[in-house]
Design a protein around this ligand. Structure first.
Ligand code: TTP
Length: 196
């Protein structure tokens, strides 16, 4: 079975690599539109769009496409990538000293012996940050780390200095809940660690 990660995210690639999966990368390029106020729904829908776009280009044989999307949810607001340093500041000012949720939606589309299947789910992780001063926020933004990340921070990077507590799957925050993906596929008869 050919496994395809429908993502341009280097973090997602690293995580799938880390657990020993052999896969190809084919990023989806469709526009990401947030159409709901419910973060779980948003990431499920966006992951489904990404996976469907890449699944539609698959031809013969057995294949599995993995699409994912991550957002941060804080005080009723959904935070995606900041898009500007001003927005990054606003996001970090909202997150510092508080607890927020990180949602990653995953859609798995596969074709096995001519039969096509699809599965979508969202994994939630709670993250609590220590308070940050304005100077600390500005210095963190200057590292350039926030710009390509949901909620304007990377738990795996320099922002680790401000992470107080986490409840749930760490890898889910980084962008791909690999354990849940493995378990969900196993339940459907697919072992991505030992595919033939
Ligand atoms: C909260 C958080 C997010 N992120 C990243 C994971 C995702 O790559 C990114 C959220 O953007 P996404 O739109 O989910 O993904 P992407 O555009 O990077 O990649 P693609 O759509 O091609 O799959 O934020 C971190 O790396 N660390 C963190 O702590």
């Amino acid at each position: 079975m050919k496994i395809i990660l429908a993502s341009a995210s280097p973090r997602r690639r690293e995580l799938l690599d880390q657990i020993g999966v052999c896969f190809a990368v084919q990023p989806a390029c469709g526009e990401e539109k947030i159409t709901s106020a419910d973060p779980k729904k948003v990431v499920e829908e966006l992951s489904a769009q990404k996976a469907a776009e890449v699944a539609d280009t698959q031809k013969e044989g057995d294949w599995l496409v993995i699409g994912a999307d991550t957002v941060v949810s804080c005080k009723g607001q959904i935070l995606g990538k900041p898009g500007s340093e001003e927005n990054a500041f606003r996001m970090l000012a909202m997150l510092e000293g508080n607890t927020h949720e990180v949602y990653t939606g995953v859609t798995l589309c596969w074709s096995c012996a001519g039969k096509k299947e699809k599965l979508t789910f969202a994994e939630k992780t709670e993250v609590t940050m220590y308070p940050m001063t304005e100077t600390e926020i500005l210095a963190y933004i200057r590292t350039g780390e926030p710009m390509d990340k949901a909620g304007a921070y990377g738990i795996q990077g320099k922002c680790a200095a401000f992470i107080k507590e986490i409840s749930g799957d760490y890898n889910n925050v980084v962008g791909l809940p690999v354990a849940r993906i493995y378990q969900e596929l196993l339940q459907n008869g697919i072992d991505i660690l030992h595919v033939s």
